[in-house]
Design a protein around this ligand. Structure first.
Ligand code: SF4
Length: 407
């Protein structure tokens, strides 16, 4: 299933294209002091290797702008300078060679200054993000609307947009972030009706985990499913590597980006489980993540429903009594000792990467399917089948009714 992307103009941030003709990109932001070039570059490399396509850094002082000269040259991904209050730092960042700018219309408000930055960005051929933020909205608009409403956020963006367009500047993307998820969603929907520029999505000040992750996923995921959004950022109060990983994972889970990391699915466990599903799932996740296995792998608590329910997974394991049924695309290929379940998953995952799914299905243990059927039947019989259950339910009802009469 595919979501219909909203058609937009295209812009280019360094080597990364943004807009409906390009894949949705993931952004994050460094937490280091930009003037500390080595620490900033080290964090940029870490973010890039965890899924960030573009990294934003603050340009909040002259030393930061100076640091950007080296950072932009050595960075593996395009760098966007984040500028607040001082338009001259935007000019300095352009001189330093950044691939894009983010301006906050709430705190760089003078028309002439904004136009001056736009003219310089035009000559340097770099785009600008109009980054409206519910928490730092233009005071005039706050007074006009009484609060940071979706209409206020969008009006702020459109006002800045006009300044840029007035000087012939159109390499623009826009964000209207809010910390309140429904307001954020409504703001972007409203903006998407009014402009055809690409949109940068995010829930601002989403906070620490797990709340920040849930809010960002709810806001960004809802809009992406409506086809709105061309680049995304999770704003989390934690190591920014989590932002990059989460952004990437969301796009993979929504089918908007090819899988390049592990997708571990697991049953939630229930009374039928034959192992500690939580423990096995965590161990499997760690082992497979350590090896960067880009497969969907299932951990299921019992052999009765496990392989069938997880048949879409590339690989999986279902627990039987002291055994594990290893399956590929729902077909049991091997039965292993319970203690070897995680090791078996890992070695089979590596073989699938090397040889492919079909070759591994062809190499299946021929007796495995029969053993699996027998184990599943044994488990059903030991736990009671549906006929026994109905009989027992009938007698329980009779007993309860009699008790009621006696009372
Ligand atoms: S796979 Fe088995 S143990 Fe897991 S939730 Fe389903 S029935 Fe329960």
């Amino acid at each position: 299933m595919k979501f219909n992307r909203r058609k937009t103009r295209q812009i280019q941030i360094g080597k990364v294209g943004i807009g409906s003709d390009f894949p949705i990109s993931v952004q994050s932001m460094t937490t280091t002091k930009t003037k500390d070039v080595e620490s900033t570059l080290s964090q940029i490399y870490e973010l890039a290797s965890n899924g960030a396509d573009i990294v934003r850094v603050t340009c909040n002082e002259v030393d930061a702008a100076t640091g950007l000269v080296e950072i932009t040259q050595r960075s593996p991904v395009p760098i966007v300078a984040d500028v607040h209050f001082q338009y001259k730092l935007a000019l300095a960042a352009i001189d330093a060679g950044v691939n894009g700018l983010r301006l906050n219309p709430g705190n760089i408000r003078k028309e002439q200054q904004i136009k001056e930055v736009a003219k310089e960005a035009l000559s340097a051929n770099i785009p600008i993000r109009i980054g409206v933020n519910g928490g730092s909205l233009d005071k005039d608009l706050l007074e006009k609307y009484g609060d940071a409403t979706p209409e206020a956020l969008v009006e702020s963006a459109l006002k800045e947009l006009k300044y840029l367009e007035d000087v012939g500047f159109f390499d623009i993307k826009i964000s209207v972030k809010h910390s309140n998820v429904p307001l954020m969603i409504e703001s972007y929907r409203l903006l998407a009706e009014k402009v055809d520029y690409p949109l940068h999505l995010g829930v601002t000040e989403a906070g620490p985990l797990p709340g920040g992750l849930i809010k960002s996923t709810a806001g960004i995921g809802t809009l992406l499913s409506e086809g709105i959004g061309d680049t995304i950022r999770y704003s989390l109060t934690t190591d920014p590597v989590e932002e990059a990983k989460s952004g990437r994972a969301l796009l993979e889970y929504l089918g908007l980006r090819e899988r390049n990391s592990l997708d571990l699915i697991a049953c939630p466990s229930c009374g039928r489980a034959e192992v500690d599903v939580i423990k096995v799932a965590e161990e499997a996740q760690d082992a497979l993540n350590n090896e960067n296995i880009p497969l969907q792998v299932a951990v299921m608590g019992c052999v009765v429903n496990g392989p069938g329910e997880a048949r879409s997974a590339d690989l999986g394991i279902a627990a039987g009594k002291n055994k594990g049924h290893l399956f590929i695309k729902g077909e049991v290929v091997r039965v292993v000792n319970e203690k070897e379940m995680v090791d078996a998953l890992l070695s089979e995952a590596k073989l699938i990467i090397e040889q492919g799914i079909d070759a591994r299905l062809a190499a299946a243990d021929k007796n495995a399917a029969e053993i699996a059927r027998k184990d599943a039947n044994d488990l059903i019989n030991s736990q009671g089948d549906i006929n026994n259950f109905l009989e027992r339910k009938k007698s329980v009802v009779e007993i309860s009714s009699n008790t009621d009469i006696e009372n």
